[in-house]
Design a protein around this ligand. Sequence first.
Ligand SMILES: [Ca+2]
Ligand SMILES: [Ca+2]
Ligand SMILES: [Ca+2]
Length: 261
Amino acid sequence: MKTLTILVFSASLLLSISSLAADSTDDLAAEKRSIEEFVSPDGRIDIEAVRKSGYQGTLDLDGFDVLIDPKTGEPLVQVSASSASPSDPDDIYWDNSISPTFPGVSGAVLALVVHDSNLIAAGILTVAGSVTANRIASWDGTSWSALGTGMNSTVYALTVYNNQLIAGGQFTTAGGKVSAYLAQWTKSCCVGNRGDLNGDGDDANILDLTFLVDFIFRGSGDPGGCPNESDVNGDGNPANILDLTYLVDVIFRGGPVPPGC
Ligand SMILES: [Ca+2]
Ligand SMILES: [Ca+2]
Ligand SMILES: [Ca+2]
């Protein structure tokens, strides 16, 4: 009987403690109300709602940032950028390998597009990975590379038009050339058909032939600047004897025009 009395006493004591704890939690909650209760949809603090509630005391700012409207000086409330759950199960799907903490890109990315199987990122960045990439950079799945010397100011938009990458923004030069606000990136040095070995813009003429003869037999000149143009027959090997015979065929025997780039 004595044991039963002790048990009943212990149980009622536990109940008292737990209800006391619940009461004190309620009291704490009542002491501090979230600012969320008093924010209007446009992010302003609804003083009228505060007055009507009759509440006085601390406002809980957890999950919110308070900013000052630069024009009016009025406080503005917005959901805190850091309030997202730190351990959402779907976080496993985010992969930071494209831009790890260091050395990802050095500034904001404002535009993304896929061009020529690469991801092109542009914005205000000036470094991507370990390369200098002024406002635009290319990600090939493994590493970053620059697109020439890039732009002298912010790139806001990218698109692909006629297979060419087009950038728009506040820049006035692209690749060191005047290119106000719009620029086209021509990745391939080869234009149209192959055969412009000397790089003068004309394909497969006598000047290209003499250039190639000089290169093969006299070791002068360098058609390596644009391998696709100097691979006249398109077999993957630039500026060799087969390209020379192809070129001779084109010029003196009416052979087929060199394949496209
Ligand atoms: Ca050409
Ligand atoms: Ca030429
Ligand atoms: Ca060839």
